[in-house]
Design a binder for this molecule. Structure first.
Ligand SMILES: Cc1cc2nc3c(=O)[nH]c(=O)nc-3n(C[C@H](O)[C@H](O)[C@H](O)COP(=O)(O)OP(=O)(O)OC[C@H]3O[C@@H](n4cnc5c(N)ncnc54)[C@H](O)[C@@H]3O)c2cc1C
Length: 436
């Protein structure tokens, strides 16, 4: 009997986790296809390569010999279509390979919204390794790139700003919202970040949209025009960081049901037998709890890969991501979030907010006004322990308990200044004033 052949399209965190975990549990033939890099690397570390903190080699979690030793075949190529009737994957160069089981793990692509000039040279997103190569071409230093404009104020936008700034390239940052990440963060936190960004000499423009990108005669970007004011800003590089969406255009002709992403159930199964989707490109048909149906974050890709490996190896398991968490860095400020803190409290909920009087540190907790049950925390500048908040969320602890046990969650080293007392004093004050 020939071995079952599993083809995984995509060698990012979700595809590679799947391949590794299938290999741990079985002898199946595994082929991982990618058109990006020969070997898996950490996308989240892309910024550190440009900033000179790491070489590309350092971003590869596994040595190059690992794949052959573990009989995981790596194939470089672009998949242009899949045929689920004869179970084959078709490549741009005309080749085709048959599968028994197929996993689609093709990740995301940067959004573009049809702006005039969005395809010019020197205009790009920051997602794939090739984006880093183009960034080196169009923004290697401040002689070649006298100014860069970044469009879109999210997590990748701020990373790109920090990267360019590390090479002393002046940056103008166009943000549609009236405050940085104001559609995600409570106002006080977003305000703190506005100030922090300005302090890093970024020309932050809030409440503005891109109208058009203009080119030199050679097709390289020369300026952008702001929609609201018609102001023209000269620049040699434009970063488009207005979010990402699932990278699934090649599935158009297939019989797979798609919406924004490949539609899957909680077992990561598509509408076609033996075809699954995981990672950024998968869209849950029904949201799991309060979670979004598409989650473009690293750890969910890894979790989906681990889960699907079990199913493919004969133990059908549902994907269960647990409580939401995430972390990021805004220049020098570390951010973590556990559970749900909304940009404005959900109906029936309230915030408890503490901000340091002169350091860039704050926390916001959302809780139910009636039951006082703790629902989530955002923390800036103070590191907290994931497992502690995960437990408290599961145990549905009340806000009073959380505030008075915060030191159990603090992850900063002992010699760091601690702020629990300050936070508890503010909480007791709010309580006395019947604000809680
Ligand atoms: C700059 C940056 C910073 C980030 N930082 C964080 C962070 O700090 N924390 C966090 O949680 N998340 C972060 N993310 C998001 C995180 O990296 C992604 O959620 C994650 O990498 C997605 O993994 P994936 O395996 O689903 O897809 P991907 O990593 O996108 O891998 C998919 C692979 O499939 C390939 N592919 C696509 N289509 C085809 C095709 N037709 N044929 C062949 N190959 C194809 C792609 O080229 C790619 O190599 C960041 C993302 C970026 C871009």
């Amino acid at each position: 009997m020939t071995e079952e052949h599993v083809i995984i399209i995509g060698n990012g965190i979700s595809g590679i986790t799947l391949a590794r975990h299938i290999r741990k549990q079985s002898k199946k033939k595994i082929t991982v296809v990618s058109n990006e890099t020969d070997h898996f690397f950490s996308r989240t570390a892309l910024m550190y390569i440009y900033m000179g903190h790491m070489k590309f080699e350092h971003t590869k979690p596994y040595e190059d010999w690992f794949w052959e030793k573990n009989r995981i075949e790596l194939k470089n190529g672009t998949v242009s279509a899949i045929n689920t009737r004869n179970k084959s994957v078709l490549f741009e160069n005309g080749e085709s390979i048959n599968y028994d089981t197929l996993a689609i793990a093709t990740g995301s692509k940067p959004n573009k919204f049809g702006w005039p000039g969005q395809e010019l040279k020197g205009v790009q997103g920051l997602y794939h390794f090739q984006d880093l190569e183009n960034l080196e071409k169009y923004a290697p230093n401040n002689q070649v790139c006298k100014r860069a404009v970044i469009v879109g104020g999210g997590l990748i936008g701020i990373e790109l700003a920090e990267m360019l700034q590390s090479r002393n390239i002046p940056v103008t940052f166009l943000v549609r919202e009236n405050s940085f990440w104001g559609n995600v963060l409570p106002q006080a936190e977003s305000n703190m970040l506005n100030q922090h960004i300005l302090k890093h000499h970024i020309d932050l423009r809030l409440g503005v949209n891109l109208k058009e990108i203009k080119a030199e005669a050679n097709g390289v970007v020369k300026s952008v025009i702001i929609k609201e004011t018609n102001e023209e800003i000269d620049c040699n590089f434009v970063g488009l960081t207005t979010g990402v969406s699932p990278n699934i255009a090649f599935l158009k002709s297939s019989e797979l049901e798609t919406n924004k992403g490949v539609l899957v159930n909680q077992f990561l199964e598509t509408n076609i037998k033996d075809v699954y989707a995981i990672g950024d490109c998968a869209e849950q048909r029904d949201a799991i709890g309060n979670r979004k149906t598409i989650e473009a974050v690293w750890y969910t890709g890894r979790m989906m890969g681990e889960t699907l490996a079990q199913t493919i190896c004969g133990n059908r398991v549902a994907y269960n991501p647990g409580h939401w968490f995430n972390s990021a860095k805004f220049f020098n400020i570390e951010y973590q979030t556990y559970g749900w803190v909304n940009a404005i409290p959900s109906p029936g909920n309230k915030y408890f907010h503490w901000m340091h009087s002169n350091e860039e540190k704050c926390i916001t907790l959302e809780y139910n006004q009636e039951t006082k049950v703790f629902l989530g925390i955002n923390t800036f500048g103070i590191r907290m322990r994931h497992e502690v908040f995960d437990t408290w969320l599961t145990e549905k602890r009340d806000i009073n308990y959380v505030i008075h046990n915060l030191e159990k969650a603090n992850f900063d080293p002992e010699f760091y200044k601690h702020y629990e007392r300050d936070i508890q004093t503010k909480f007791n004050l709010d309580l006395a004033e019947k604000q809680i």
